[in-house]
Ligand binder design. Sequence first.
Ligand SMILES: Cc1cc2nc3c(=O)[nH]c(=O)nc-3n(C[C@H](O)[C@H](O)[C@H](O)COP(=O)(O)OP(=O)(O)OC[C@H]3O[C@@H](n4cnc5c(N)ncnc54)[C@H](O)[C@@H]3O)c2cc1C
Length: 409
Amino acid sequence: MDVDLAVIGGGFTGCAAALEAARMGAKVAVIEAHTVGHGGSGRNVGLVNAGVWLLPETVQKQLGPIAAKRLLSAFSTGPEQVFDLIAREEISCEVSRTGTVHLAHAPAAVVELHDRQRQSAQTGRQLEILSAAQTRQITGSQLFHSGLYDPGAGTIQPLAYVRGLARAAQRRGAYIFQHSPVTRFKSGRDGWRLTVRGHQLRADKLLIATNAYHEGFDDPQPPKFVPISYSQFATAPLSADLLQTVLPTLAGCWDTALVMSSFRLDQAGRLILGAIGNLHGACGRIHHDWARRKLAQIFPQLAGQRFQHNWRGTIAMTRDHLPKILSIGHNAYRVFGYSGRGICPGTLFGTALAEALLIDSTAPLPLLPTRSHTEPYARLRGRYYETGATAIHALSPAPWSRPPRSEPK
Ligand SMILES: Cc1cc2nc3c(=O)[nH]c(=O)nc-3n(C[C@H](O)[C@H](O)[C@H](O)COP(=O)(O)OP(=O)(O)OC[C@H]3O[C@@H](n4cnc5c(N)ncnc54)[C@H](O)[C@@H]3O)c2cc1C
């Protein structure tokens, strides 16, 4: 088969790239080793947040003012761009444009939220500081000292979103090949040649969007990142009475703790709680027990609720917490390292990379490509994060503490 653009990896990045390429009239194929959404995109929390993980001033220090402005201005309206795309392509993915709240887990973290608010305003994004009482009203939880509310952000069902992107791309003529691991790629006079289950595919241009789930390649320069596990636990759908007191405004939440936790409600009314840590690793029991205690700590009225589902995903974290675009030869890029914030960055990078490859210009890219990226002691650092998360989850909230009593409304 012959295509203009071959995309390896069917996550947000690869599917958004295919959609954009097909919209531009190109012949494009996504080649996915498993099924669309198998990677981080289908295991995601679902928080549609603006910007990248780092504070804007840190991005400026790392990239310099010009490159930082380019990246930050591209991402400051990320949620609006993603929600517009979802509406344009009529993707059904439980969109909830009810805002997100970054929660202060300790009094000292309130200062951090104020700083974040000030710095976000410089990029044009207006966020609101919530008092403890307002935070309680929005979340239904008494646990937090303050919150930073982004009314323009929201939540989605991430697997439905990535599948919707793939379907939208297909409707516009893109080929989506699932259960098709790429085992080899090389460039030649006639472009790129990919080996897929013994078959050959030729492409003028190539995008490798395998991120943390890169596998099975004969690849001279695999993406370098620190692998970080993030596990999630979903209750059964809550009763109508409980839903009046738990996240009554449906905001998506995550906290300022070093070992971060997140929670949101899905459309069926399941509370989905998540945190750093490997549920399927040697210390999985510790993370599981932590989740039960944490649920009761945040929402005492949910103490004793059983989790119906749980799953784990790998985050591709880079040393500077910034994504990387590598130029890997003529007409070819590799992108990875969203460092835990990939719904907007994946969608926007994928879209921009397809355009950049097809018009043969780096102008659309939010970040200029480099030739290489190193990540010293990546596996060791990954183990360090897991050990830290396990130690904190073993002790906090204290296993011997009783769940706090629910306050009368
Ligand atoms: C648990 C978790 C929670 C997260 N929560 C959030 C959140 O709330 N908000 C947010 O913005 N971001 C979040 N992120 C980050 C975000 O999900 C990722 O940054 C994003 O999904 C990356 O998308 P991607 O398309 O680049 O890669 P992926 O979605 O990982 O896709 C890569 C694909 O490449 C395929 N692949 C690998 N090797 C091959 C091969 N040889 N041949 C063919 N295909 C191959 C894989 O099977 C995979 O499907 C979270 C990440 C995790 C893991």
